[in-house]
Design a protein around this ligand. Structure first.
Ligand code: NAD
Ligand code: IPM
Ligand code: MN
Length: 363
Protein backbone atom coordinates (compact mmCIF):
# COMPACT_ATOMS: atom_id res chain seq x y z
CA UNK A 1 0.00 0.00 0.00
CA UNK A 2 1.42 3.38 -1.01
CA UNK A 3 0.82 6.25 1.38
CA UNK A 4 0.05 9.51 -0.43
CA UNK A 5 -0.26 12.77 1.47
CA UNK A 6 -2.37 15.50 -0.12
CA UNK A 7 -1.54 19.09 0.85
CA UNK A 8 -4.10 21.34 -0.87
CA UNK A 9 -2.71 24.60 0.57
CA UNK A 10 -4.11 28.01 -0.36
CA UNK A 11 -5.94 29.86 -3.13
CA UNK A 12 -6.63 27.58 -6.08
CA UNK A 13 -4.58 24.82 -4.38
CA UNK A 14 -7.65 23.13 -2.83
CA UNK A 15 -9.59 23.48 -6.10
CA UNK A 16 -6.97 21.75 -8.25
CA UNK A 17 -6.12 19.12 -5.62
CA UNK A 18 -9.82 18.21 -5.43
CA UNK A 19 -9.61 17.24 -9.11
CA UNK A 20 -6.34 15.31 -8.68
CA UNK A 21 -8.05 13.50 -5.80
CA UNK A 22 -10.96 12.50 -8.06
CA UNK A 23 -8.51 11.03 -10.55
CA UNK A 24 -6.58 9.10 -7.89
CA UNK A 25 -9.88 8.00 -6.34
CA UNK A 26 -10.96 6.58 -9.68
CA UNK A 27 -7.71 4.62 -10.01
CA UNK A 28 -8.23 3.21 -6.50
CA UNK A 29 -11.86 2.26 -7.10
CA UNK A 30 -11.65 1.01 -10.67
CA UNK A 31 -8.08 -0.21 -11.07
CA UNK A 32 -7.42 -1.38 -7.55
CA UNK A 33 -4.50 1.05 -7.28
CA UNK A 34 -2.94 0.42 -3.86
CA UNK A 35 -3.05 4.02 -2.67
CA UNK A 36 -4.01 5.35 0.72
CA UNK A 37 -4.83 9.07 0.60
CA UNK A 38 -4.37 11.34 3.59
CA UNK A 39 -4.76 15.10 4.00
CA UNK A 40 -2.92 17.77 5.94
CA UNK A 41 -2.43 21.51 6.04
CA UNK A 42 0.47 23.54 4.72
CA UNK A 43 0.99 27.22 3.91
CA UNK A 44 -1.29 30.08 4.84
CA UNK A 45 -4.18 27.88 5.98
CA UNK A 46 -1.83 26.08 8.39
CA UNK A 47 -0.49 29.40 9.64
CA UNK A 48 -4.05 30.61 10.30
CA UNK A 49 -4.89 27.33 12.00
CA UNK A 50 -1.93 26.94 14.30
CA UNK A 51 0.56 29.74 13.62
CA UNK A 52 2.97 27.60 11.60
CA UNK A 53 2.98 27.18 7.79
CA UNK A 54 4.53 23.72 8.22
CA UNK A 55 3.09 22.21 11.41
CA UNK A 56 5.03 19.36 13.07
CA UNK A 57 2.14 17.03 12.36
CA UNK A 58 2.20 17.79 8.63
CA UNK A 59 5.95 17.28 8.46
CA UNK A 60 5.66 13.96 10.28
CA UNK A 61 2.93 12.79 7.87
CA UNK A 62 5.07 13.90 4.91
CA UNK A 63 8.09 11.99 6.18
CA UNK A 64 5.97 8.87 6.63
CA UNK A 65 4.38 9.14 3.17
CA UNK A 66 5.74 7.56 -0.01
CA UNK A 67 4.77 10.70 -1.87
CA UNK A 68 3.21 14.11 -1.30
CA UNK A 69 0.99 16.03 -3.71
CA UNK A 70 0.77 19.74 -3.02
CA UNK A 71 -1.56 22.34 -4.54
CA UNK A 72 -0.09 25.78 -3.91
CA UNK A 73 0.66 28.09 -1.01
CA UNK A 74 0.56 31.83 -0.44
CA UNK A 75 -1.63 34.81 -1.00
CA UNK A 76 -1.68 38.58 -0.56
CA UNK A 77 -3.24 38.29 2.92
CA UNK A 78 0.02 36.72 4.11
CA UNK A 79 2.46 39.07 2.43
CA UNK A 80 3.03 41.07 5.62
CA UNK A 81 3.43 38.12 7.95
CA UNK A 82 6.92 37.76 9.40
CA UNK A 83 9.09 36.04 6.78
CA UNK A 84 9.77 32.89 8.82
CA UNK A 85 6.02 32.27 9.12
CA UNK A 86 4.99 33.00 5.54
CA UNK A 87 3.25 30.25 3.56
CA UNK A 88 6.15 30.06 1.09
CA UNK A 89 8.51 29.34 3.97
CA UNK A 90 6.41 26.29 4.84
CA UNK A 91 6.92 24.93 1.34
CA UNK A 92 10.64 25.75 1.35
CA UNK A 93 11.09 24.02 4.70
CA UNK A 94 9.20 20.98 3.45
CA UNK A 95 11.54 20.75 0.43
CA UNK A 96 14.58 21.13 2.66
CA UNK A 97 13.40 18.73 5.38
CA UNK A 98 12.70 15.98 2.84
CA UNK A 99 16.00 16.67 1.06
CA UNK A 100 14.24 17.25 -2.27
CA UNK A 101 17.20 18.67 -4.15
CA UNK A 102 16.05 17.79 -7.68
CA UNK A 103 13.05 19.50 -9.24
CA UNK A 104 11.94 18.11 -12.61
CA UNK A 105 9.75 20.43 -14.65
CA UNK A 106 8.79 18.93 -18.01
CA UNK A 107 7.32 21.29 -20.62
CA UNK A 108 5.48 19.35 -23.29
CA UNK A 109 3.22 20.80 -25.95
CA UNK A 110 -0.11 19.09 -26.62
CA UNK A 111 -0.39 19.56 -30.39
CA UNK A 112 -4.01 20.75 -30.11
CA UNK A 113 -2.90 23.56 -27.81
CA UNK A 114 -0.42 25.13 -30.22
CA UNK A 115 -2.83 28.03 -30.66
CA UNK A 116 -2.73 28.75 -26.91
CA UNK A 117 1.07 29.01 -26.87
CA UNK A 118 2.46 32.51 -26.69
CA UNK A 119 4.80 31.54 -29.55
CA UNK A 120 3.89 30.86 -33.16
CA UNK A 121 2.75 27.27 -33.70
CA UNK A 122 5.74 26.36 -35.89
CA UNK A 123 8.20 27.41 -33.17
CA UNK A 124 6.67 25.15 -30.52
CA UNK A 125 5.64 22.17 -32.67
CA UNK A 126 6.78 18.98 -30.96
CA UNK A 127 8.08 20.81 -27.89
CA UNK A 128 9.31 18.38 -25.22
CA UNK A 129 11.91 19.70 -22.83
CA UNK A 130 12.82 18.99 -19.23
CA UNK A 131 14.09 21.59 -16.82
CA UNK A 132 16.12 20.11 -13.98
CA UNK A 133 16.16 22.75 -11.27
CA UNK A 134 18.32 22.50 -8.15
CA UNK A 135 15.83 22.98 -5.30
CA UNK A 136 17.45 23.09 -1.87
CA UNK A 137 20.41 25.41 -2.34
CA UNK A 138 21.49 28.71 -3.78
CA UNK A 139 20.00 32.09 -2.91
CA UNK A 140 16.85 30.53 -1.45
CA UNK A 141 18.71 28.95 1.44
CA UNK A 142 22.12 30.68 1.57
CA UNK A 143 23.30 32.24 4.83
CA UNK A 144 23.83 34.93 5.90
CA UNK A 145 20.64 36.66 4.86
CA UNK A 146 18.59 39.50 6.23
CA UNK A 147 18.03 43.24 6.35
CA UNK A 148 20.56 45.17 8.43
CA UNK A 149 21.16 48.77 9.36
CA UNK A 150 24.17 50.54 8.02
CA UNK A 151 25.10 53.99 9.23
CA UNK A 152 22.25 56.38 9.95
CA UNK A 153 18.86 55.38 8.63
CA UNK A 154 20.27 53.39 5.73
CA UNK A 155 19.28 49.72 5.64
CA UNK A 156 20.74 46.99 3.48
CA UNK A 157 19.12 43.76 2.34
CA UNK A 158 21.40 40.81 1.65
CA UNK A 159 21.23 37.18 0.57
CA UNK A 160 23.96 34.69 -0.16
CA UNK A 161 24.31 32.68 -3.35
CA UNK A 162 26.24 29.61 -2.34
CA UNK A 163 26.70 26.07 -3.70
CA UNK A 164 29.27 23.54 -2.60
CA UNK A 165 30.66 20.91 -4.95
CA UNK A 166 28.58 18.08 -3.52
CA UNK A 167 25.33 19.97 -4.16
CA UNK A 168 26.34 20.65 -7.76
CA UNK A 169 27.58 17.10 -8.27
CA UNK A 170 24.34 15.38 -7.18
CA UNK A 171 22.03 17.55 -9.28
CA UNK A 172 24.38 17.18 -12.27
CA UNK A 173 24.35 13.39 -11.84
CA UNK A 174 20.56 13.46 -11.84
CA UNK A 175 20.42 15.67 -14.95
CA UNK A 176 22.86 13.51 -16.92
CA UNK A 177 20.91 10.37 -16.00
CA UNK A 178 17.69 11.99 -17.19
CA UNK A 179 19.37 13.16 -20.40
CA UNK A 180 20.63 9.62 -21.00
CA UNK A 181 17.04 8.35 -21.03
CA UNK A 182 15.90 11.16 -23.35
CA UNK A 183 17.65 12.67 -26.38
CA UNK A 184 21.05 12.83 -24.68
CA UNK A 185 21.48 16.59 -24.88
CA UNK A 186 22.11 18.57 -21.72
CA UNK A 187 22.37 22.34 -21.54
CA UNK A 188 23.70 23.69 -18.25
CA UNK A 189 22.55 27.25 -17.60
CA UNK A 190 24.60 29.61 -15.43
CA UNK A 191 26.08 33.08 -15.17
CA UNK A 192 29.74 32.07 -15.27
CA UNK A 193 30.75 35.32 -16.93
CA UNK A 194 29.96 37.14 -13.68
CA UNK A 195 29.57 34.74 -10.72
CA UNK A 196 32.18 32.57 -8.99
CA UNK A 197 29.41 30.17 -7.97
CA UNK A 198 28.73 29.59 -11.67
CA UNK A 199 32.42 29.11 -12.39
CA UNK A 200 32.48 26.24 -9.90
CA UNK A 201 29.12 24.98 -11.21
CA UNK A 202 30.58 24.70 -14.73
CA UNK A 203 33.71 22.97 -13.52
CA UNK A 204 31.75 20.34 -11.58
CA UNK A 205 29.26 19.79 -14.43
CA UNK A 206 32.23 19.25 -16.81
CA UNK A 207 33.72 16.74 -14.39
CA UNK A 208 30.45 14.78 -14.05
CA UNK A 209 30.13 14.83 -17.84
CA UNK A 210 33.17 12.54 -18.09
CA UNK A 211 31.00 9.76 -16.66
CA UNK A 212 28.39 10.34 -19.38
CA UNK A 213 30.32 10.62 -22.67
CA UNK A 214 27.22 9.66 -24.68
CA UNK A 215 25.42 12.83 -23.51
CA UNK A 216 26.37 15.99 -25.36
CA UNK A 217 26.86 18.90 -22.96
CA UNK A 218 26.60 22.61 -23.68
CA UNK A 219 26.70 25.66 -21.41
CA UNK A 220 24.62 28.79 -21.75
CA UNK A 221 24.41 32.04 -19.82
CA UNK A 222 21.03 32.49 -18.19
CA UNK A 223 20.14 35.72 -19.99
CA UNK A 224 20.75 34.06 -23.33
CA UNK A 225 18.86 30.95 -22.17
CA UNK A 226 15.78 33.06 -21.40
CA UNK A 227 16.03 34.52 -24.90
CA UNK A 228 16.69 31.15 -26.60
CA UNK A 229 13.70 29.59 -24.82
CA UNK A 230 11.37 31.99 -26.58
CA UNK A 231 13.36 32.10 -29.84
CA UNK A 232 13.80 28.40 -30.52
CA UNK A 233 12.75 26.20 -27.59
CA UNK A 234 13.14 23.00 -29.59
CA UNK A 235 16.92 23.33 -29.43
CA UNK A 236 16.65 22.11 -25.80
CA UNK A 237 16.31 18.58 -24.48
CA UNK A 238 17.34 18.77 -20.81
CA UNK A 239 18.14 22.09 -19.13
CA UNK A 240 20.10 21.94 -15.87
CA UNK A 241 20.19 24.99 -13.67
CA UNK A 242 20.36 26.36 -10.14
CA UNK A 243 17.39 27.17 -7.92
CA UNK A 244 16.55 30.79 -8.76
CA UNK A 245 17.32 30.55 -12.49
CA UNK A 246 15.17 27.41 -12.67
CA UNK A 247 12.26 29.13 -10.95
CA UNK A 248 12.26 31.85 -13.60
CA UNK A 249 13.01 29.73 -16.66
CA UNK A 250 10.27 27.23 -15.81
CA UNK A 251 7.58 29.93 -15.79
CA UNK A 252 8.82 30.98 -19.24
CA UNK A 253 8.71 27.37 -20.41
CA UNK A 254 5.14 27.12 -19.12
CA UNK A 255 3.88 29.75 -21.52
CA UNK A 256 5.38 27.91 -24.49
CA UNK A 257 2.91 25.11 -23.78
CA UNK A 258 -0.07 27.45 -23.52
CA UNK A 259 -0.50 27.98 -19.78
CA UNK A 260 1.21 27.61 -16.46
CA UNK A 261 -1.94 25.69 -15.51
CA UNK A 262 -0.56 22.76 -17.54
CA UNK A 263 2.89 22.35 -16.01
CA UNK A 264 3.48 19.61 -13.42
CA UNK A 265 6.63 19.02 -11.41
CA UNK A 266 8.38 16.37 -9.36
CA UNK A 267 10.77 17.14 -6.51
CA UNK A 268 12.99 14.19 -5.68
CA UNK A 269 15.52 13.33 -3.01
CA UNK A 270 17.57 10.71 -4.82
CA UNK A 271 15.61 7.91 -3.14
CA UNK A 272 12.05 7.30 -4.33
CA UNK A 273 10.28 9.74 -2.08
CA UNK A 274 8.92 12.80 -3.84
CA UNK A 275 6.81 15.93 -3.65
CA UNK A 276 4.59 16.55 -6.65
CA UNK A 277 3.17 19.96 -7.35
CA UNK A 278 2.04 22.15 -10.20
CA UNK A 279 4.59 24.81 -11.21
CA UNK A 280 1.97 27.52 -10.70
CA UNK A 281 1.07 29.30 -7.48
CA UNK A 282 -2.14 29.96 -5.58
CA UNK A 283 -3.48 32.34 -8.27
CA UNK A 284 -5.38 34.65 -5.90
CA UNK A 285 -6.82 36.51 -8.90
CA UNK A 286 -8.96 33.50 -9.90
CA UNK A 287 -9.27 31.59 -6.61
CA UNK A 288 -12.77 30.47 -5.64
CA UNK A 289 -14.16 30.97 -9.15
CA UNK A 290 -13.96 27.40 -10.48
CA UNK A 291 -11.71 28.86 -13.19
CA UNK A 292 -8.32 27.28 -12.44
CA UNK A 293 -6.87 24.69 -14.78
CA UNK A 294 -6.50 21.46 -12.77
CA UNK A 295 -4.40 19.66 -15.40
CA UNK A 296 -1.02 20.66 -13.90
CA UNK A 297 -2.13 19.12 -10.59
CA UNK A 298 -3.54 16.03 -12.30
CA UNK A 299 -0.35 15.59 -14.36
CA UNK A 300 1.68 16.02 -11.15
CA UNK A 301 -0.24 13.04 -9.72
CA UNK A 302 0.75 11.12 -12.87
CA UNK A 303 4.41 12.03 -12.29
CA UNK A 304 4.04 10.69 -8.76
CA UNK A 305 2.80 7.34 -10.04
CA UNK A 306 5.79 7.16 -12.36
CA UNK A 307 8.64 8.48 -10.18
CA UNK A 308 7.69 7.48 -6.63
CA UNK A 309 5.16 4.68 -6.80
CA UNK A 310 6.48 2.48 -9.61
CA UNK A 311 3.17 2.60 -11.51
CA UNK A 312 4.14 3.84 -14.99
CA UNK A 313 1.06 2.30 -16.62
CA UNK A 314 -1.28 4.22 -14.35
CA UNK A 315 0.72 7.39 -15.06
CA UNK A 316 0.28 6.77 -18.77
CA UNK A 317 -3.44 6.26 -18.34
CA UNK A 318 -3.77 9.67 -16.72
CA UNK A 319 -1.63 11.33 -19.39
CA UNK A 320 -3.65 9.62 -22.10
CA UNK A 321 -6.91 10.79 -20.50
CA UNK A 322 -5.60 14.36 -20.38
CA UNK A 323 -4.60 14.13 -24.06
CA UNK A 324 -8.08 12.86 -24.84
CA UNK A 325 -9.98 15.69 -23.15
CA UNK A 326 -7.73 18.25 -24.83
CA UNK A 327 -8.27 16.45 -28.12
CA UNK A 328 -12.02 16.74 -27.56
CA UNK A 329 -11.60 20.51 -27.36
CA UNK A 330 -12.30 20.93 -23.65
CA UNK A 331 -10.64 24.10 -22.35
CA UNK A 332 -10.42 25.96 -19.06
CA UNK A 333 -10.32 29.77 -19.50
CA UNK A 334 -6.49 29.95 -19.44
CA UNK A 335 -6.21 27.84 -22.61
CA UNK A 336 -9.36 28.83 -24.40
CA UNK A 337 -8.48 30.53 -27.61
CA UNK A 338 -10.59 32.47 -30.10
CA UNK A 339 -14.33 32.16 -29.47
CA UNK A 340 -14.45 28.65 -28.08
CA UNK A 341 -16.43 27.97 -24.92
CA UNK A 342 -14.58 27.26 -21.74
CA UNK A 343 -15.39 24.94 -18.85
CA UNK A 344 -14.63 25.15 -15.14
CA UNK A 345 -12.11 23.42 -12.90
CA UNK A 346 -14.56 20.76 -11.74
CA UNK A 347 -15.89 20.01 -15.19
CA UNK A 348 -12.32 19.54 -16.46
CA UNK A 349 -11.54 17.14 -13.61
CA UNK A 350 -14.77 15.23 -14.29
CA UNK A 351 -13.88 14.99 -17.98
CA UNK A 352 -10.50 13.43 -17.16
CA UNK A 353 -12.22 10.86 -14.94
CA UNK A 354 -14.76 10.16 -17.69
CA UNK A 355 -11.91 9.67 -20.21
CA UNK A 356 -10.27 7.23 -17.78
CA UNK A 357 -13.48 5.27 -17.44
CA UNK A 358 -13.84 5.09 -21.23
CA UNK A 359 -10.32 3.62 -21.41
CA UNK A 360 -11.37 0.99 -18.87
CA UNK A 361 -14.38 0.01 -20.96
CA UNK A 362 -12.24 -0.28 -24.10
CA UNK A 363 -9.79 -2.62 -22.36
P1 NAD B 1 0.65 32.30 -9.81
O1 NAD B 1 1.28 31.16 -10.51
O2 NAD B 1 -0.19 31.98 -8.64
O3 NAD B 1 -0.25 33.11 -10.85
C1 NAD B 1 0.29 33.75 -11.99
C2 NAD B 1 -0.80 33.92 -13.05
O4 NAD B 1 -1.09 32.63 -13.62
C3 NAD B 1 -2.12 34.45 -12.49
O5 NAD B 1 -2.71 35.30 -13.45
C4 NAD B 1 -2.96 33.19 -12.33
O6 NAD B 1 -4.34 33.41 -12.42
C5 NAD B 1 -2.46 32.31 -13.46
N1 NAD B 1 -2.56 30.89 -13.09
C6 NAD B 1 -1.78 30.23 -12.20
N2 NAD B 1 -2.19 28.96 -12.08
C7 NAD B 1 -3.24 28.80 -12.90
C8 NAD B 1 -4.10 27.70 -13.22
N3 NAD B 1 -3.95 26.48 -12.67
N4 NAD B 1 -5.08 27.90 -14.13
C9 NAD B 1 -5.25 29.10 -14.70
N5 NAD B 1 -4.47 30.18 -14.45
C10 NAD B 1 -3.48 30.03 -13.56
O7 NAD B 1 1.83 33.31 -9.41
P2 NAD B 1 1.79 34.69 -8.56
O8 NAD B 1 0.56 35.43 -8.85
O9 NAD B 1 3.09 35.29 -8.78
O10 NAD B 1 1.74 34.19 -7.05
C11 NAD B 1 0.56 34.10 -6.27
C12 NAD B 1 0.90 33.45 -4.92
O11 NAD B 1 1.28 32.09 -5.12
C13 NAD B 1 2.06 34.10 -4.18
O12 NAD B 1 1.75 34.11 -2.82
C14 NAD B 1 3.23 33.19 -4.47
O13 NAD B 1 4.22 33.23 -3.49
C15 NAD B 1 2.55 31.85 -4.50
N6 NAD B 1 3.24 30.83 -5.30
C16 NAD B 1 3.21 29.56 -4.79
C17 NAD B 1 3.75 28.52 -5.52
C18 NAD B 1 3.70 27.15 -4.95
O14 NAD B 1 2.98 26.92 -4.00
N7 NAD B 1 4.40 26.19 -5.50
C19 NAD B 1 4.30 28.77 -6.78
C20 NAD B 1 4.30 30.07 -7.28
C21 NAD B 1 3.75 31.09 -6.53
C1 IPM C 1 7.77 27.55 -7.34
C2 IPM C 1 7.40 28.72 -6.45
C3 IPM C 1 8.21 28.68 -5.17
C4 IPM C 1 9.68 28.81 -5.56
C5 IPM C 1 7.84 29.71 -4.10
C6 IPM C 1 6.38 29.72 -3.79
C7 IPM C 1 8.62 29.47 -2.84
O1 IPM C 1 7.57 29.92 -7.15
O2 IPM C 1 7.64 26.40 -6.89
O3 IPM C 1 8.13 27.77 -8.51
O4 IPM C 1 10.15 29.94 -5.80
O5 IPM C 1 10.35 27.79 -5.60
MN1 MN D 1 7.95 29.67 -9.30
Amino acid sequence: MHKVLLLPGDGIGPEVIAEARKVLGFLIDEHGAALELEDARVGGCAYEDCGDPLPEETLALARAADAVVLGAVGGPQFDHVERELRPEKGLLRLRAELGLFANLRPAILFAELADASSLKAERVAGLDLMIVRELTGGLYFGEPRGIRSLEGELRQGFNTLVYDESEIERIAQMAFQIAQRRNRRLCSVDKANVLEVSELWREVVERVHQEYPEVSLSHMYVDNAAMQLVRDPNQFDVVLTENMFGDILSDIAAMLTGSIGLLPSASLNGADQGLYEPVHGSAPDIAGQDAANPLAAILSAAMMLRYSLGEPQLAQRIEQAVRQVIGEGLRTPDIVYSARQSIGTREMGNAVVRALSEQSREN
